[in-house]
Design a binder for this molecule. Structure first.
Ligand code: ADP
Ligand code: GLC
Length: 484
């Protein structure tokens, strides 16, 4: 089966969150199971610089406000998977992030930048961008890639089936109504049964309405997004496609996240050699200036600092927990108020709380390896990867019972789970962890259960292949045509 993955970010080239980890690891896992997998990415500088042996497939010419647009085909570093890259210097070759400038403001031409990504994907799917290769299944990730589903719906003869994966319902790609004129879609698409969303233009709706199958990254989140509480205004659309929506849990990349081989660690370890983890813990305490206190429960947080992640619960519970002997090692970036509050916590509790406001992959590995527990108190969490990294590294996850956290961490078995989104509930959860750690045998049992669990992409890749087969059948029987 030929499968094209379309996304805006990929680890280790460009990453704003877990999406990049998924886009790096799922395609090779599918290839390992026999699929003929390619990627389509925008030609951001970090991507263009890294792709190996790029050659031109087609000169597309001027479009979406760019004078020069070319489609290149090369290979990814490390996995060597074939990757199409859209070289559109005017739209993509600029310093900054994939969606935002350095100052945090959204790029003003994001509608054009990601319309182009979807439009090229649709042309590849239709077989008219590369005469040598066309996918059976187009798999689009998040709103950045969603518009391909509308372009395909506008071109009835496209045989390729489409799968759209929601990684986070909160990021929808909303633009002013009148921007639809930039997309090259017929005006009938700008209607409530199309891309219109309360007077605005929604990229995500293109995926939700027109993909043959819609997935999200955990079964619980698939149920949650059909509710008012979690649907971000699109729960009605999700309910309208109930039969076509499902959740497939993410895996983790065993090459990147494996304590037995991880080059970032002070000492490597596994479930049978836990003394290596103790060495990592001491090294971490020393490097962060935390007291060398073996009795203290050392809790880490590695996260975007946003409302979603519920880190205000940590801040609320932190002073009392520090009093009770808990240490915190926090790394994250995001909302300035949260960054400031964590910095203040470090100042208030020298030797007990360490905060690094920043983004650093190597340190993330060292934190996950050296801590006893990892806190993920999210208000909502489509899947969440860091709690799985915790499981793999014997770092007991302390999580809220929501979304993918509820699906990956089992209370008292592989981690500790709490319900209310309050500082008190988080506080009680950390206290349970302290008590459990007081019984070394019980704590190690919980650690080991997580460490030996199969969290690889092999299982999810199989589920995706089965879903692709369903999507192809659905497509063959009744292609989703636009707005009758
Ligand atoms: P989300 O995608 O919502 O941010 P995930 O848990 O799925 O949440 O993925 C987050 C990814 O980003 C993980 O790989 C995590 O290690 C990484 N990450 C988040 N913040 C940082 C940081 N400050 N430094 C290094 N890695 C980070
Ligand atoms: C999103 C979600 C996160 C998920 C990641 C990868 O960023 O917030 O929960 O793990 O995508 O699917």
């Amino acid at each position: 089966m030929r499968v094209l993955h379309v996304a805006a970010e990929i680890y280790p080239l460009i990453k704003t969150g877990g999406l990049a980890d998924v886009v790096a690891a799922l395609p090779p896992a599918l290839a390992a199971q026999g699929a003929d997998v390619r990627l389509l990415l925008p030609g951001l500088p970090a991507i263009l610089d890294a792709v190996e042996s790029p050659r031109q497939v087609i000169d597309i010419g001027p479009c979406f406000g760019a004078l020069r647009v070319r489609l290149l085909l090369g290979r990814m570093p490390v996995t060597h998977l074939p990757v199409y890259v859209i070289d559109a210097p005017h739209l993509y070759r600029r310093e900054g992030g994939p969606y935002q400038a350095r100052d945090g403001s959204e790029w003003p031409d994001n509608q054009r930048r990601f319309a182009l990504l979807g439009w090229v994907a649709a042309h590849l799917a239709a077989g008219d961008a590369d005469a040598a290769w066309a996918p059976h299944v187009l798999h689009a990730h998040d709103w950045h890639a969603a518009l391909c589903c509308a372009y395909i719906a506008d071109h009835r003869p496209t045989a390729a089936a489409s799968v759209y994966t929601v990684h986070n319902m909160a990021f929808q790609g909303l633009f002013p109504h009148d921007d639809w004129a930039l997309l090259g879609l017929p005006s009938r698409f700008m209607a409530p049964q199309g891309l219109e969303f309360h007077g605005q233009l929604s990229f995500m709706k293109a995926g939700l309405k027109f993909a043959d199958r819609v997935t999200t990254v955990s079964p619980s989140y698939a149920r949650e997004i059909a509710t008012h509480e979690f649907g971000c205004g699109l729960d009605g659309v999700i309910r309208g496609r109930a039969a076509d929506v499902s959740g497939i849990l993410n895996g983790i990349d065993d090459q990147v996240w494996n304590p037995a081989t991880d080059a970032a660690l002070h000492t490597r370890y596994d479930a049978e050699r836990l003394e290596g983890k103790r060495a990592c813990r001491r090294a971490l305490q020393a490097s962060l200036g935390l007291a060398q206190d073996d009795a203290a429960l050392l809790v880490t947080v590695v996260s975007r600092l946003t409302w979603q992640k519920g880190l205000d619960l940590v801040l609320g519970a932190l002073p009392a927990l520090v009093q009770q002997g808990v240490q915190f090692a926090v790394q994250g970036t995001g909302e300035p108020a949260l960054e400031a509050a964590f910095r203040a916590a470090q100042q208030a509790h020298p030797g007990r709380v360490h905060v690094h406001v920043g983004y650093d992959e190597t340190r993330a590995h060292q934190l996950v390896a050296g801590a006893d527990a990892i806190a993920v108190p999210s208000r909502f969490e489509p899947c969440g990867l860091t709690q799985m990294y915790g499981l793999r590294y014997g770092t007991v996850p302390l999580v809220r019972r929501v979304g993918g956290l509820a699906d990956t961490v089992h209370d008292g078995i592989t981690g500790l789970v709490f319900d209310a989104a309050t500082a008190d509930a988080f506080h009680a959860c950390v206290q349970r962890a302290q008590a459990l750690r007081g019984n070394e045998a019980a704590w190690q049992t919980v650690m080991r259960r997580g460490m030996v669990q199969d969290l690889s992409w092999a299982g999810p890749a199989q589920e995706y292949l089965a879903l692709y087969a369903q999507a192809r059948q659905a497509r063959a029987e009744s292609p989703r045509v636009a707005l009758g």
